[in-house]
Design a protein around this ligand. Structure first.
Ligand SMILES: Nc1ncnc2c1ncn2[C@@H]1O[C@H](COP(=O)(O)OP(=O)(O)O)[C@@H](O)[C@H]1O
Ligand SMILES: [Mg+2]
Length: 263
């Protein structure tokens, strides 16, 4: 197993109220090398907390996260994050943003140029090397974030609702490209979304998490053929069946939250 969360519980201090908030409760979960794992769940159920724990940004309150057999204690270049809000540096060009990850990873300078160019091309941004983030569309900015993450050659990509801020058409195109890039690079991916359709297009397995506290509800293997083009696979009876199942898992809880005024 590349990643193993073992009875992972994460609590946050609520300083003002002097209480603790249980964000994740007793989560045990494996991610295999080369797997595309998608996590879905209502907002506030601990999805980002889980990624942060794998990234080494948030410590477990109890239990542990193991990466390649070692307990995770801090961030490292073997685990790269891709954020919803891109997290690009506005004063750096595309090229310089992509290079940033390499600088952090301490790779030698003369190796940078070829690596940076390779990943800029892989995400379809050739010709935009000297552009600044404000000159790019949302979809293009997200490609920069992806290239920056890939450039350090991590063993896993941790993607937190990466296409949440781009329009529906761009999102569909990006999903297709991501699937292709992952097939090419063989990367392991842990991907968060609140879109069931996005989960079904991308996932080998879907992990459904419930909220307050975040607990593992069910793991749904997605046995749909690849490559998956959203338009085509949506017509498959199996797609509708899986969609109905994941929806029913989420629906009950969303209803409860609406009723109790928590959402
Ligand atoms: N740094 C933090 N300090 C205190 N509470 C936090 C912090 N980060 C997240 N939380 C709380 O933990 C819960 C889970 O948050 P999060 O992991 O961001 O959920 P999700 O990504 O599923 O929306 C939420 O109730 C959120 O308010
Ligand atoms: Mg989140």
């Amino acid at each position: 197993m590349l990643i193993r969360a073992e009875h992972l519980t994460v609590e946050y201090e609520k300083a003002r109220e002097r209480t603790r908030l249980v964000a994740l409760w007793d989560l045990t979960l494996d991610v295999a090398e080369g797997e595309f794992l998608v996590i879905v769940g209502p907002s506030g159920c601990g999805k980002t907390t889980f990624l942060s724990a794998v990234a080494g940004l948030v410590p477990p309150t109890s239990g542990a996260v193991y990466f390649s057999g070692q307990a995770v204690r801090q961030p490292g270049p073997d685990r790269a994050m891709v954020f919803q809000d891109y997290a690009l540096m506005p004063w750096r060009t595309v090229e310089q943003n992509v290079r940033f990850g390499l600088e952090l990873a301490g790779k030698r300078d003369r190796e940078h140029r070829a690596i940076v160019q390779r990943y800029i091309e892989l995400v379809g941004l050739a010709g935009f090397e000297r552009s600044y983030p404000h000159e790019l569309s949302g979809g293009m900015r997200q490609r920069v974030g992806l290239a920056r993450a890939l450039a350090v050659d991590p063993r896993v990509l941790l993607m937190d609702e990466p296409f949440g801020a781009v329009d529906a058409m761009t999102r569909e195109i990006m999903q297709g490209e991501l699937e292709k890039i992952i097939a090419e690079t063989g990367k392991t991916v842990v991907f968060i979304t609140h879109s069931i359709d996005e989960a079904l297009v991308l996932a080998d397995r879907i992990v459904v998490i419930t909220s307050r506290p975040g607990r593992l509800q069910e793991i749904v293997p997605v046995d749909l053929p690849r490559p998956r083009y959203e338009h085509d696979i949506k017509a498959l009876p199996r797609y509708q069946e899986l969609r109905g199942h994941v929806w029913s898992l989420l629906q009950q809880e969303v209803r409860q939250n609406v009723k109790s005024g928590r959402e």
